[in-house]
Design a protein around this ligand. Structure first.
Ligand SMILES: Nc1ncnc2c1ncn2[C@@H]1O[C@H](COP(=O)(O)OP(=O)(O)OP(=O)(O)O)[C@@H](O)[C@H]1O
Ligand SMILES: [Mg+2]
Length: 303
C-alpha cells in the first residue's frame, strides 16, 4: 500500500507505505503537522486519499471500505461529536450503528463504560465532561465492538497519570490479538507500549524501527553519566582513558561517551574506586529518545 494526501498545494502525506500485523503496536511519531492524523483518517475511511490505497486485513480501504471499517475501531483527535447525548446514550447509539440490537447493544455500552472507568458519568452529557473524560468516551466507542484493528490518535492525550496508566494497560491487554496503531508525542509511551515505531515528518516516513533500535541511535547509548565532586578534575582524568571518545560536563553532570564498541561502565566504576572520588550518582545511559527524535526530524519544516 502507499498513501498520499494533498490539501490544495500542501502535501500532507507523501507516498507513505507500510504494513502492520497482529501483535504489533505501532507508534506514529512526528512533529506537529507531520501527517499522522491525516494518515489515520485515510486508513479509517474518514478522508479519501489523493493517491494510492491501503489494505486492512485484506480489505482495500477504497474498494472494500465498508468491510474495512467494520473491523476497525478509531479514536479521532479531539472530542466525540454528539456532545448533547449522554455517555450511555451515545455508546448505545454507537453499538446499534455497529449492528448490535436491543439488550446486546446495552450490554456492549455497559461493558465499554466499565472498561474505561466511566461509571461515575454515564448519565452526563458529553459536552459537560472534562477533557480527559471526553477522551475516555472516545476510547470507549473505539473498542466497543472488539475490533481486530485499533487506530488511536493520541489515545492518552489529556489523561491524568492514573488514567494514562489504565489506558496503556488496556492497550497492552488488547495488543496480543489485535493490530494497534497509535500516534503520540509522549516518547515514554512509545517505550512503554509499542513494539514498533515510525517517525514521520512532512508526510514522509523517516524511520521504521523498534523502540530499542530507535534508542540505540542516540549518541547517549552506552554512555556513562556521573555526578561527582570536582567534576572538572574528574573530567580531565576520564578523558585520558582509551575507552572514552569524549567527555561532556553539563548542568553538574559529567557524561562520558564510549569509543566505538567500548564498554565504559566497569572502567569508570573502577576509576571511581581507585581515585576515591566522591560520587553521588553513576549510571549507564540507555539512550535518549527525545534526542533521537530531534536529530531525525531536524531540518523538517513543521507546519
Ligand atoms: N482539512 C485540511 N485542509 C487543509 N490542510 C489540512 C487539513 N487537514 C490537515 N491539513 C494539513 O496537513 C498537514 C498534516 O496535518 P496532520 O493533522 O495530519 O498532522 P499531525 O501529524 O497529526 O500533527 P499533530 O501532531 O499536530 O497532530 C498539516 O500541514 C495540516 O495543516
Ligand atoms: Mg494529529
Amino acid at each position: 500500500m502507499s498513501l498520499s494526501k494533498n490539501f490544495g498545494g500542501i502535501v500532507a502525506v507523501d507516498r507513505l507505505s507500510f504494513s502492520v500485523g497482529a501483535g504489533e503496536v505501532l507508534g506514529f511519531l512526528g512533529p506537529n503537522g507531520a501527517g499522522k492524523s491525516t494518515t489515520m483518517k485515510m486508513l479509517t475511511g474518514f478522508l479519501a486519499p489523493s493517491g494510492g490505497t491501503a489494505t486492512i486485513n485484506g480489505h482495500d480501504i477504497i474498494n472494500d471500505s465498508l468491510a474495512a471499517r467494520r473491523i476497525i475501531g478509531y479514536l479521532p483527535e479531539g472530542a466525540p461529536s454528539y456532545g448533547e447525548m449522554t455517555v450511555r446514550n451515545f455508546l448505545e447509539f454507537i453499538a446499534r450503528a455497529r449492528g448490535f440490537k436491543g439488550r446486546e447493544a446495552r450490554r456492549k455500552a455497559a461493558a465499554a463504560i466499565d472498561r474505561l472507568n466511566l461509571e461515575s458519568v454515564p448519565e452526563q452529557t458529553i459536552e459537560t465532561l472534562s477533557k480527559g473524560f471526553k477522551r475516555r468516551v472516545g476510547l470507549a466507542q473505539a473498542i466497543l465492538h472488539d475490533p481486530q484493528v485499533l487506530i488511536l490518535d493520541e489515545p492518552t492525550d489529556g489523561l491524568d497519570p492514573n488514567q494514562k496508566h489504565e489506558v496503556r494497560s488496556l492497550i497492552r491487554d488488547m495488543s496480543s490479538e489485535k493490530i494497534i496503531v497509535i500516534s503520540t508525542h509522549m516518547l515514554e509511551e512509545v517505550q512503554a507500549l509499542c513494539n514498533r515505531a515510525m517517525i514521520i515528518a512532512d508526510g514522509r516516513l523517516l524511520v521504521d524501527d523498534t523502540p530499542a533500535g530507535l534508542i540505540a541511535r542516540s549518541r547517549y547509548h552506552n554512555a556513562v553519566t556521573l555526578v561527582v565532586e570536582e567534576p572538572e578534575r574528574v573530567a580531565s582524568i576520564l578523558s585520558e582513558i582509551p575507552q572514552a571518545r569524549k567527555v561532556e560536563l553539563r548542568e553538574g553532570e559529567l557524561t562520558v561517551f564510549p569509543a566505538e564498541g567500548a564498554r565504559l561502565f566497569e572502567v569508570i566504576s573502577d576509576a571511581v574506586k581507585e581515585y576515591g572520588w566522591s560520587v553521588s550518582e553513576l549510571r549507564l545511559e540507555a539512550g535518549r529518545l527525545d534526542e533521537v527524535f530531534r536529530q531525525v526530524t531536524q531540518g523538517t519544516v513543521g507546519k
